[in-house]
Design a protein around this ligand. Structure first.
Ligand code: FES
Ligand code: FES
Length: 161
């Protein structure tokens, strides 16, 4: 099978990788580039666990051949950390509000919420529900996830508790 060389920016760092034409972005990130926060559940676009940001927009990486995002900027949950390498604002809020249980959905939630808050920095509770609606969580019942979105949106980033 022929391979293609593609160039991605993943979490701000340039990556050049050779992939078969049918290599999925999810597999490329996990297996070729070792960004293992990208979880793969259903592999058919339903669960959202594999969500990453492509040029800032949340996308199901299990549905995207890697060659189709050649030249794009990809953000995974690893790229949502704070500048000092600690947990980022959304990650901290998820922990604080107990929005993490088994953790399988968490990377997809993190990138989805980060993208959402860029568009809607001061969401209402109803809007916060939209932020997490695209990723299936079997554990939390979503209330704690919605609380985390609202916590992360506080003007101090939830830093004061
Ligand atoms: S693994 Fe991609 S949507 Fe479920
Ligand atoms: S925390 Fe388990 S699926 Fe969401």
């Amino acid at each position: 099978m022929s391979e293609h060389e593609i160039e991605l920016s993943v979490n701000g760092r340039r990556q050049v990788v050779r992939v078969p034409a049918r290599r999925l972005l999810s597999d490329c990130l996990r297996h070729d580039l070792a960004f293992t926060s990208t979880h793969v559940g259903c592999e058919q676009g339903t669960c959202g666990a594999c969500t990453v940001l492509v040029d800032g927009a949340p996308m199901r990486s299990c549905l995207l051949p890697a060659v189709t995002v050649d030249g794009c900027e990809i953000t995974t949950a690893e790229g949502c950390r704070a500048p000092d390498g600690g947990l980022g604002r959304v990650q901290r809020a998820l922990v604080r509000c107990q929005g993490v249980q088994c953790g399988f959905c968490t990377p997809g939630m993190v990138v989805s919420i980060v993208a959402f808050l860029r568009e809607c920095p001061r969401p209402s509770p109803e809007q916060a529900r939209d932020a997490v609606a695209g990723v299936l969580c079997r554990c939390t019942g979503y209330q704690d996830l919605v609380a985390a979105v609202l916590h992360a949106a506080r003007p101090d980033g939830g830093a004061s508790g």
